[in-house]
Design a binder for this molecule. Structure first.
Ligand SMILES: [Zn+2]
Length: 160
């Protein structure tokens, strides 16, 4: 008798492409400023956040000192759900500097709250990336205390 759990179709013989991974070493990055420091501090705590204007409700992301919609200065931080959909991406096989391990996939994610995040995709094979796919934030330290928000495909919990 054969193993009933055996897959119906034979597995491909070639090596499966690896899922995209976070960078393992420190990569070039912007330094936190007095305006953006709160964003990076919250990333280090595993929380994606954005600024909302108390005067007009507009979401400001990236962080700013003055609301991009009404020029108001009463901006407060709110927690994002961390979920969104993939807006655009590219897969890099020739890194800008040797610091980066390839492949990696810079991407723009449209968050459920409506703002965009420039990020990198992980946990998916480069050939399986699709526009509009649901994604969720996942945080990884890439060296010297820098924690970056990456995004991986979102799988809804069972029963939801
Ligand atoms: Zn405003």
């Amino acid at each position: 008798m054969g193993d009933l759990r055996k897959p119906q179709h034979p597995q491909p013989q070639h090596i499966q492409p690896q899922h995209l991974q976070p960078q393992k070493h420190e990569v070039p990055h912007a330094e936190p400023t007095p305006v953006s420091k709160a964003y990076w501090d919250l990333c280090a705590q595993g929380q994606l956040a954005f600024q909302r204007c108390a005067d007009c409700g507009f979401i400001n992301a990236p962080a700013t000192e003055v609301c991009r919609d009404c020029l108001g200065t009463r901006l407060s931080w709110e927690a994002s759900t961390g979920r969104g959909t993939l807006y655009s991406w590219t897969v890099v096989w020739r890194p800008v500097t040797p610091t980066f391990e390839v492949p990696y996939a810079p991407a723009i994610v449209e968050m459920d709250e409506g703002f965009h995040v420039v990020t990198n995709l992980i946990g998916v094979e480069p050939d399986r990336i699709e526009a509009g796919m649901p994604v969720q934030a996942e945080f990884h330290e890439v060296g010297d205390g820098l924690v970056l928000p990456y995004f991986r495909p979102y799988i809804a919990p069972a029963g939801r």
